[in-house]
Design a protein around this ligand. Structure first.
Ligand SMILES: Cc1cc2nc3c(=O)[nH]c(=O)nc-3n(C[C@H](O)[C@H](O)[C@H](O)COP(=O)(O)OP(=O)(O)OC[C@H]3O[C@@H](n4cnc5c(N)ncnc54)[C@H](O)[C@@H]3O)c2cc1C
Length: 471
């Protein structure tokens, strides 16, 4: 057999994206996946009861549908159907009335009372050319293609989310909506750059309704894998790679893995100094997740919540900020901020007729083994009285479960490592080309490289560009 151009370790969205980018450039490529199924963080399974399809990790995909690379690919021809909700986010407030994030800027602003015009002023400048902005944001640090647009975004993005929310808005509703979007960073909202995700998520919601994949997030991975095979790429599952010499001869090896696995698998093929730098990589907090089989929809106090694929459960900006600060300091909040998804509201394939799935997780300290099930259900019950009576079965996952499931989730960290100002672009180490290593044959393409976590494949795409330059 002739040498491969590239071998990819891991078939997460980034591993598959890297392989596709290489195959599209005419290169021979083979992917080796430890698990029985492709997909990494984009897989689905019957976690609760037979007939219920749960998303094991990723559930809602604003970055997937808007990813500059995925948008180029014929994924619909390979079975991917995005199902759009009627709203991207619902954010129930303590008074029972939810704040809604709709595709329509006007409709969203109308729900923000006196802050509506301020919200529109913050977001509107980015809606003329959102795809240009996303292409610059979802890339490694470089001279942007649209410098003025990026400057405008960057000046706001650099702020702590709690500052931007308080500077821009006077009322609780808009502040809470912004805080909920920003809390996806898994950082205290008082940290610089946390406004970036708050603003970016708000912008994406006015470009596309945050969709779920029909049949489960695994449909994204199956479509990527099917397209890769159509280009001549091969995928071997049940093939955990422990050492480089287990791979067939290949001119380049791409690691869709955590930095610690890159160091371990590559061993002496990487200089000791570089491995020491990889060992200093910060993974950050983990998550505790519940999936439910429900005998009906979630009985939200505000029925509008049923329109959204994602519900941010946590109340006011102050409550969300306290929950995120606590977990970052190693404590477990009694009132954790929840990211809750209700895929079956928009996808009839997820549960038997009349039944529903529910999915929610909260952030917890690194490697925590504390059972957060009660605290999570109490938070849902607060905004959806009677919720617990609808639960037919529940499935819980703590940080140890996640790390066993996928060794990339070190300590239960789900987004590839801390994405603070020091590590967002300098991941996995500070290097002009972050995808390359001191060994010209070895590359890293996982979410531990820019632009970081999420099912968007952009880390893989950019890593492939680095490989193509070398090849
Ligand atoms: C609970 C949870 C919820 C999330 N929610 C969302 C969401 O709603 N939307 C969103 O966009 N993102 C979400 N994410 C994040 C997203 O899933 C990840 O950021 C994304 O999957 C990272 O992709 P990746 O390709 O870098 O790595 P991964 O998806 O981690 O894939 C890595 C793959 O490599 C394999 N592998 C690892 N080591 C080896 C080895 N030694 N040999 C062979 N194979 C190996 C693994 O089995 C895995 O299949 C969520 C993640 C979790 C855990």
């Amino acid at each position: 057999m002739a040498d491969l151009d590239a071998a990819v370790i891991g078939s997460g969205p980034n591993g598959l994206a890297a392989a596709i980018a290489l195959a599209r450039a005419g290169r021979s490529v083979a992917v080796f996946e430890a698990a029985a199924e492709v997909g990494g963080g984009a897989r689905s399974a019957e976690l609760t009861l037979p007939g219920f399809v749960d998303d094991v990790c990723s559930a809602v995909h604003p970055m997937g549908i808007l990813s500059p690379f995925f948008r180029e690919l014929p994924l619909a021809d390979h079975g991917l159907v995005w199902l759009r909700p009627r709203a991207s986010v619902a954010h129930p407030m303590p008074d029972g009335r939810a704040v809604m994030l709709y595709r329509s800027l006007e409709r969203t602003a109308a729900g923000l009372d006196a802050d509506g015009s301020r919200y529109a002023r913050l977001v509107r400048p980015f809606l003329d050319r959102p795809h240009e902005l996303l292409a610059d944001v979802m890339a490694p640090l470089r001279i942007p293609d649209h410098p003025l647009l990026m400057l405008r975004f960057g000046l706001r993005a650099l702020l702590p989310a709690s500052w931007l929310a308080r500077l821009c808005f006077r009322r609780e509703r808009a502040r809470a909506l912004f805080a909920g979007c920003a809390a996806h960073t898994v950082l205290p909202l008082s940290q610089p750059l946390t406004a970036a995700l708050g603003l970016l998520f708000a912008i994406t919601a006015h470009v596309e309704d945050w969709p779920v994949a029909q049949g489960g997030s695994r449909a994204i991975s199956s479509a990527l894998a099917s397209y890769l095979r159509s280009l001549g790429g091969t995928i071997e599952t049940n093939r955990r790679i422990e050492r480089l010499d287990e791979l067939p001869p290949a001119r380049a090896v791409l690691f869709d893995t955590s930095p610690d696995q890159l160091a371990r698998i590559a061993g002496d093929a990487l200089p000791a100094g570089y491995r020491r730098r990889l060992a200093r990589y910060r993974y950050g907090p983990g998550v505790f997740k519940l999936d439910w089989a429900l005998d009906g929809p979630i009985p939200w106090q505000d029925p509008d919540c049923r329109e959204a694929s994602t519900v941010h459960v946590g109340g006011t900006l102050e409550e969300i900020a306290a929950s995120e600060r606590d977990m970052y300091r190693g404590r477990h909040s009694d009132h954790p901020f929840l990211i809750l998804c209700q895929q079956s509201e928009f996808d009839g394939t997820r549960a038997p007729e009349g039944r529903h799935t529910g999915y929610a997780y909260c952030h917890v300290p690194h490697a925590s083994t504390v059972d957060m099930a009660n605290a999570i259900e109490a938070q849902v019950e607060r905004f959806a009285p009677g919720f617990r009576d609808r639960v037919l079965a529940r499935h819980a996952m703590n940080t140890a479960w996640f790390e066993r499931y996928n060794p990339n989730y070190v300590g239960g960290a789900i987004t590839g490592g801390v994405a603070d100002a020091l590590q967002l672009f300098n991941r996995p180490v500070t290097r002009l080309d972050p995808y390359s290593t001191p060994n010209p044959r070895l590359f890293i393409c996982s979410a531990a490289t820019p632009p970081g976590g999420g099912v968007h494949g952009q880390c893989g795409y950019w890593a492939a560009q680095s490989v193509l330059k070398r090849l």
